[in-house]
Design a protein around this ligand. Sequence first.
Ligand SMILES: Nc1ncnc2c1ncn2[C@@H]1O[C@H](COP(=O)(O)OP(=O)(O)OP(=O)(O)O)[C@@H](O)[C@H]1O
Ligand SMILES: [Mg+2]
Length: 292
Amino acid sequence: MSPKENGATSQDRHAGDVKRPSGREKVPVMATAAAPATQEDAQLKMRARELTVRYSEKVAIQNVTIDVYAKQVLALIGPSGCGKSTFLRSLNRMNDTVPGVSVSGYVELDSEPIYGPMVDPVLVRRRVGMVFQKSNPFPKSIFENVAYGLRIAGVRERGVLAERVERALRHAALWEEVKDRLEESGLGLSGGQQQRLCIARALAVEPEVLLMDEPASALDPIATAKIEDLVSELRDDLTIVIVTHNMQQAARVSQRTGFFYMGRLVEVADTTTIFTRPRERETEDYITGRFG
Ligand SMILES: Nc1ncnc2c1ncn2[C@@H]1O[C@H](COP(=O)(O)OP(=O)(O)OP(=O)(O)O)[C@@H](O)[C@H]1O
Ligand SMILES: [Mg+2]
């Protein structure tokens, strides 16, 4: 039998094992994105088991075991330096590019290991795309920014490229704003538009999973709201794992939330549970703003 996720599942929670020492403050109740009634119907998309990542000697995350369900948003929260980005990067082998990194444990995508000796990390990254905190458009036209991954994948025909670029820009809710300026530089867009351009670039190769590392942390409230709406819409088609420092954002966009602390996944459960009756003291302290 495979090891359990760190922290209890929603089923465990319903079994009534909530630890709540008396006299502690209630955590604030937040409006959360509707979670499915049970995880039983949800299809497993990725799993990490006993995942440990070191940078040279330093352990960044330790024994992380977690499931990622298809067509859901999993939010990862926790204080700075607790390993959220490290964990996210381990889901598409982006850590491979960091010197001195070592990974133990395993990660599966559709029940296939992504760290196997025969696995091409480039193909993994095509299926598991990534968007970073700081938008990083290439110094190329808007069109070429989005077409980039398609060209690498060997798509040459102008008509096919144009159609895929338009579809990705529409998907990223940017098409209407840029359709008349596709040949202009991507660097000329506003911060929020640049971030949506990077999302379009990631979506163009039609990934199955999208990893988002604080995608809205540098944006104003309007641009942030657009990204959040987008995340909610994208969930119809793909699986999303999003790191955020903004707990309201986690509550708004995700169905499940995992709390990391000092390299460990303290608990993961449906988002409503994490924000209303977390199992662990550390989680409660964090979400009520007592540390971090
Ligand atoms: N390339 C690297 N080389 C060495 N140590 C690293 C590297 N990247 C991260 N670390 C260390 O690994 C630990 C986890 O870092 P990580 O970036 O995953 O945290 P985080 O939770 O994403 O933090 P933040 O919220 O500030 O983005 C930290 O102690 C960090 O200093
Ligand atoms: Mg980070």
